[in-house]
Each structure stands twice: as structure tokens, then as C-alpha cells.
Design a protein around this ligand. Structure first.
Ligand SMILES: Cc1cc2nc3c(=O)[nH]c(=O)nc-3n(C[C@H](O)[C@H](O)[C@H](O)COP(=O)(O)OP(=O)(O)OC[C@H]3O[C@@H](n4cnc5c(N)ncnc54)[C@H](O)[C@@H]3O)c2cc1C
Length: 236
């Protein structure tokens, strides 16, 4: 499907959302899925080529658009999109992936986001807020510093609309005066926010080393594999 670049949103330090206009075409996906994006040509060299996969960070309730959000780290693919004129056309593939809300799920949710791993939760939570299907649980969002928090204001607004969801920011490199949680995920922090881990459905999303480490830690608290969903941003 051909879509046109509609907008670039600066979300945090060197994090950009690329918003595409669907041009009236129908595009069905579930919150949490990802797709392939293919550029016709690269304006900057890229040894990994003109194709990447990214989570759809928009929600199906945001009609007429599709968005992905990424940290800019210099690849030719991302730089081409950073400099492309609005209206620039690209190809997108069909939605893929099983990091989606199971129908009829009644357990409380523990969403664990490491860095840019927040993208699928932005889609899920925006969808839940827009369709008035509140989610019960907690979002533990790990970032380096406040400047690296992506969708910060929007997540606060969603949490205000959805009192059943607790939003917990954890910073590994906090600025002086930060009063929130600090460090990485550890058992004490997990048990503080999730007193009964064995009764919840866990979601872990982000770069591969963090997803692996966090999943292992969650398992050590007695959570079964079946109750841990992971979205590994391979290539990151
Ligand atoms: C299911 C799935 C969903 C995904 N969803 C997303 C998403 O929503 N958002 C997202 O950003 N990514 C997502 N990814 C990862 C994405 O597909 C890219 O692989 C990733 O962003 C890397 O992009 P890039 O190759 O353009 O490199 P860039 O991130 O631009 O980096 C350029 C190159 O520089 C090197 N490099 C850059 N920074 C470092 C560093 N700190 N340490 C070492 N080397 C470095 C690497 O070799 C890299 O290839 C997802 C992956 C999967 C599998």
C-alpha cells in the first residue's frame, strides 16, 4: 500500500514520530502490531537497505493515519525520512505480530517498556482510552532521563482518563531533584508496584538485551512463561 508522509513529530531528544496519510485507503490492524516500511530510494547510504520494521504507534481509532516512532541514531533509512518533503510516498506492508491484547482477558496487566519499547503501549492505551475500555494495571516505563521520555504528556493524560492504570516512570540517569523511581528493573521495584506478580499478565517491550533480562527477572518471581508476552525490537 502506498502512503504519504503527512507530519513529523518531535517526541523527545532525537525521537521522531513519522505520521503517514492513508489517503482514504482502509488499513486494519490491532494495537501492538508492526509493519514493514519500504522506501523507493535512499538519499543517505544504508548498508541495511531500504526496508525496516517498526511498531505502529498510532491507534486504529486515529482515523486516516498511521504512525511509527523511532530514536534517530544515524541510519540512512531514518535520515532519508527525516529529510523527505511532506507528501513523500512510501510502501507499507500488512500488519504482523502477536503482541496484541487477547480477547476476553480479565487479568491485570503489567506493561514494562524499555526506552523506545513504549511504542506498542502508546497504541494499546490510546485505543483503550478512545474506545472507553479501561485497562487495569500498571505501566513501568524505563528511560535514561526525563528528556528521553517519549509520549510523556499523552501518557499522563491517558492515565488521568483511566484511573485503573498506574503510570510509573523509572529513570536510570535522573536529573538532580527527581523524586520518582530510579535504576533498572529489580525484584524490589517489581514487588513494590506488583505485589502479586503471579496473578497478572506481563508485557515486556524494547531492545533485545533488556527484554531478555527483564523477562528472566519476572520469571524468577514465579510468573509462568504463558503470562509473559514479549516484543523484541531486533535490530535495535
Ligand atoms: C517487531 C519489531 C518492532 C520494532 N519496533 C520499533 C519501534 O517501534 N521503534 C524503533 O525505533 N525500532 C523498532 N524496532 C527496531 C527497528 O526495526 C530497527 O531495527 C532499529 O530501529 C534500528 O534501526 P536502523 O537500522 O535504522 O538503525 P539506527 O537506529 O538508525 O542506527 C544506525 C546504526 O548505528 C549503529 N548504532 C546506533 N546506535 C548504536 C548504539 N547505541 N550502540 C551500538 N550501535 C549503534 C547500529 O549499527 C545501527 O544499525 C522494531 C523491531 C522489531 C523486530
Amino acid at each position: 500500500m502506498r502512503v504519504r508522509l503527512k507530519e513529523r513529530r518531535s517526541e523527545a531528544a532525537e525521537v521522531i514520530s513519522f505520521v503517514f496519510d492513508l489517503g482514504g485507503q482502509t488499513f486494519e490492524c490491532q494495537p501492538g502490531q508492526y509493519i514493514f516500511y519500504e522506501l523507493d530510494a535512499l538519499d543517505f547510504p544504508d548498508e541495511r537497505g531500504n526496508r525496516r520494521h517498526f511498531t505502529i504507534s498510532s491507534s486504529p481509532t486515529e482515523k486516516g493515519i498511521l504512525m511509527f516512532t523511532t530514536r534517530m541514531r544515524g541510519s540512512g533509512f531514518k535520515e532519508t525520512l527525516r529529510h523527505a518533503p511532506l507528501g513523500h510516498e512510501i510502501n507499507i506492508g500488512t500488519p504482523l505480530g502477536h503482541f496484541v491484547m487477547p480477547e476476553g482477558e480479565i487479568r491485570r496487566h503489567v506493561f514494562v517498556a524499555a526506552g523506545i519499547g513504549i511504542t506498542p503501549y502508546r497504541s494499546m492505551l490510546r485505543w483503550a482510552a478512545d474506545t472507553k475500555k479501561p485497562i487495569e494495571g500498571v505501566l513501568l516505563y524505563f528511560s535514561h532521563s526525563s528528556a528521553d521520555i517519549v509520549f510523556g504528556q499523552e501518557l499522563e493524560e491517558i492515565a488521568r482518563q483511566m484511573p485503573t492504570l498506574s503510570l510509573v516512570h523509572v529513570l536510570s540517569d535522573p536529573e538532580p531533584g527527581w523524586k520518582g523511581e530510579k535504576g533498572k528493573l529489580n525484584e524490589a521495584l517489581l514487588r513494590k508496584w506488583v505485589p502479586h506478580p503471579d496473578q497478572q499478565l506481563f508485557w515486556v517491550s524494547g531492545p533485545p538485551p533488556m527484554v531478555t533480562a527483564y523477562k528472566e527477572l519476572i520469571r524468577q518471581t514465579g510468573v509462568q512463561d504463558e503470562a509473559i508476552r514479549t516484543d523484541i525490537f531486533a535490530g535495535y
